[in-house]
Write a protein that binds this ligand. Sequence first.
Ligand code: PLP
Length: 470
Amino acid sequence: MEYQEIISRRQEILSKPVRPVPADRLEKERTLFTERNRKSLEIFERAKGLIPGGVEHNLSQSKPFPLAMDRGKGYRMWDVDGNEYIDYLMSGAPIILGHAFTPLDEKIIEIIRDKGPATGLTSEYELLAAEEIIRHMPSVEMVRFLQSGTEADMAAIRIARAFTGKQKIIKIGGSYHGWSDQMVYALHIPGTGPLNSKGITSESYAHIVDVPPNDFDALEKAFEDNKDKGGVAGAIVEPIGGESGTHPVHPDWNRRMRELCDAYGSLLIFDEVVTGFRLDMGGAQKYLGIMPDLTVLGKIIAHGYPSAGAVAGRKDVMAVCHGGLGEKIYIGGTLAANPISTAACYHALKLMEEHDAVGKATRYADRLTNALNDLFSTRPDLGFFVYNYGPIMHYVTTSFFSLDLSAPEAFMEILTRKQVADDYQIVTMAHGICSLAGTRMYSCMQHDDEALNKTLSVWEYLLSLIPKDA
Ligand SMILES: Cc1ncc(COP(=O)(O)O)c(C=O)c1O
């Protein structure tokens, strides 16, 4: 679906009243959810006293209570009560070969059994993994492994400042670059500024320049206005738009960003934590044909195994990570580049290429997107729609992410619309479909016709619960 169509369809949804599942029907669904998830509820009740909120993972579905998962295989997951799910969370994007992919797991088990998890010194896998990343990513000449996407984003910002000698970092509203003090600004919804910045000093984000998505004038002004205020060291973007395309990018946005970085001597940083090796084996940079100076990678480079992150880029830029005492920038991480993570990276990338994982996951996402849009077209009163960037699908039902904050009662409207989207998710989850945040679905190379048909039938059921416009 084209950018302009996505924007106007979102607006169309926002122009209509939100369409909740009626209270009596919702109550039945909640009861069903609770009845089939007794063990999960028990775990949650025990966890509440020991873990703040009873759940740690920030992607976790938590309404009415979090479900504890037992295992995953292929595109399926099973919770501790034995319920089966068609999974579209895919652990938050890193799984594209499928859960518990035996050829990958066997390699890691071998390392753990024969060699142990880590020595604290380098291993050949570090080199092999770096070679593999460089072979695929067109702009990348050097790689530095870290332990998470958050750390890799922090390192990219530090490298940009050290290389350019400039200070400001442009960040696009609504985008996510981890939870470091500097990057928790204007999260999720553009224009929210420091709304989520409790516990962070304002000095921490004093040199972050927040630019609204797709606002070309504001972007240029950000470079120009900061020219004599420390200058722009770098612009960090999610190349398909904030929150992995939840806020889609104008087709000319990345090109303009590249031009402005060149004109002002700033670095273009692509955060490819989700798009790298998922949108394309060469990331969004290959898909879009736009070369960043620095690339941030995470999650998928260890395919679900822990300690996944890397900052990568041009040789001259990456050179600030080494050099003499006092010259190089400081980057740490005791377990960064450990043999398990780097072996997982090397073998996962090899297997993804061998199995054409991106191609298969994309073809499934294209089919599901079309099929769901066909289904939604039977209910024009709702205006629901789906769009996808390869195996990254976004479904828009209440459109709470796209509300304009300057609108009257905007915050209340966001909360109401989010609540209704959460209620839809209770229904889909209670019938065996797991997605991300009630708005996003990731596919893997193993999703098949059975997954597609089951997904459609659950959505058909959800639509049947929402009364038609009189
Ligand atoms: C685009 C993007 N950047 C950075 C991160 C942070 O990665 P991590 O959770 O590994 O710290 C995420 C996590 O979802 C992400 O989506």
